[in-house]
Design a protein around this ligand. Structure first.
Ligand SMILES: Nc1ncnc2c1ncn2[C@@H]1O[C@H](COP(=O)(O)OP(=O)(O)OP(=O)(O)O)[C@@H](O)[C@H]1O
Ligand SMILES: [Mg+2]
Length: 410
């Protein structure tokens, strides 16, 4: 019998519930989609319990009606600028070299990595092994079955504000749905748009949503650095309200129809008619003016947030696979070209991996998080072996990265 996986992504612009059926061949088929505009959510965080509970309920019910099944448990994405990450090392004694390392040993090492004190209002929501070191000598992604004395793990840990998590949980539970697991939004989006090769070679996924933008760096197959910023597509719109003196609804429409972030790619003769505050008739402006406004905002996000944190991570110049943009706002024309020019890296817009079933609607960057959640849930319910580090090219370890850093020009 097919197992059912449900994913709920509560974004600043939309709430999306996806119901998938995992077939015996470990293929997921989307059987229910419930998308409703967000309410009671600001910058990815619940700010009005009643409103958010209702919006989440509507989204779940829509998906249930299409799938003709009731949702009782779900994987839930956690987004918002309260998310932060760190890399920690944990150690576990594994015997006297006389017995093979088992999954319990891996878990003990991971538990040790997470044993640092976190402030009372923080909660660890994600911890994944990056790589293991056996007896300070052998570095491996999967030490299961090896012999040794001490096992060290380098883990990527993501924490979130406990209050935000509690409020999120409250909204979901009020809809009679149990939470199976919280998945950080950047982790989910990355699962939907990255290939294993990109994860191995070094890549940053930038998910530009309605009111937040997240950035996650993957290297050697595993997440290394995670950030969420309080800036998104609504900032493009608000900039136009101010710059063009046009109401929000008109600014949003201009953004969707005529938006561009590369002024040089817009013809000097392209004109658009816009309504402005206080005027009784439409005004005509150059479309290039829209591109000036949107391009300035995009450059600001790329330069002051994305590039700054790539540099801080130490991966500046080492992201061979470049940048994968996703999220609804990444669809603005010129996004990949401008990103590539500002960051001096290859860039593409990532559409979520195509799933079976009702996948037409969700074949869009705005659904990267929801699709990634579904894929994450499927792995958990089928073949998942979450403890060993992501099986990647075992030769590309941190020492090679250090060596590359030393020889590459900065
Ligand atoms: N073609 C487009 N061009 C520019 N912007 C677009 C386009 N399509 C959608 N957007 C913008 O994408 C944003 C919504 O993106 P998305 O659905 O990923 O947000 P979200 O996941 O609900 O929010 P968040 O992740 O920030 O909490 C809106 O600001 C919308 O205007
Ligand atoms: Mg989002």
């Amino acid at each position: 019998m097919a197992r059912v996986v449900t994913a709920i992504d509560i974004g600043s612009s939309k709430v999306c519930t996806l119901i998938g059926e995992v077939t015996d061949a470990d293929v997921i088929r989307v059987v229910g989609i419930g998308m409703v505009p967000s309410r009671g959510v600001s910058h990815g965080v619940i700010t009005n319990l009643e409103e958010a509970t209702l919006a989440i309920g509507e989204s779940i019910q829509k998906a249930e009606r299409i799938a003709q099944q009731t949702v009782t448990r779900a994987y839930v994405a956690v987004g918002g600028p309260h998310i932060s990450s760190m890399n920690k090392r944990g150690s576990a004694a594994v015997g006297k070299g006389d017995r093979p390392i088992d999954r319990e040993d891996l878990q003990r090492a991971l538990d040790a990595a997470q044993s640092m004190p976190v402030t009372h209002n923080r909660q660890i929501i994600y911890c994944a092994a990056r790589e293991y070191t056996l007896d300070e000598d052998v570095t491996t992604k999967n030490p299961l079955g090896l012999l040794g004395y001490t096992l060290d793990v380098d883990a990527h840990i993501i924490t979130a504000n406990a209050t935000s998590i509690n409020n999120l949980a409250n909204c979901i539970r009020r809809n009679h749905v149990d939470i199976i697991e919280y998945v950080p939004q950047p982790i989910a989006s990355a699962q939907a748009v990255l290939s294993a090769e990109e994860m191995n070679d070094g890549v940053a996924v930038v998910d530009m949503g309605g009111e937040t933008t997240s950035m996650i760096i993957y290297a050697c197959g595993t997440p290394f650095d995670t950030h969420v910023y309080p800036l998104g597509g609504s900032h493009f719109t608000n900039d136009m309200v101010v710059g063009l003196h046009t109401p929000v609804t008109a600014a949003e429409e201009i953004k969707l129809r005529y938006g561009h972030v590369l002024t040089s790619a817009v013809g000097a003769d392209e004109k658009i008619d816009i309504s402005t505050f206080g005027a009784t008739s439409l005004s005509t402006i150059q479309r290039r003016y829209v591109a000036d406004i949107m391009g300035a905002r995009m450059e600001d996000i790329l330069d002051h947030f994305i590039l700054r944190d790539i540099k801080r991570s130490g991966y500046d110049g080492l992201l061979a696979a470049g940048i994968v943009l996703t999220g609804g706002a990444s669809q603005v024309q010129g996004a990949a070209e401008l990103t590539s020019a500002v960051l001096q890296l290859p860039a593409r817009v990532g559409v979520p991996r195509r799933l079976h079933g009702l996948s037409e609607t969700i074949n869009n960057p705005a659904y990267a998080t929801a699709v990634g959640l579904l894929l994450h849930g499927m792995r958990r319910e089928t073949i998942d072996k979450p403890i060993p580090a992501f099986e990647s090219n075992p030769k590309t370890g941190s020492r090679l990265l250090q060596w590359l850093k030393n020889i590459l020009p900065r």
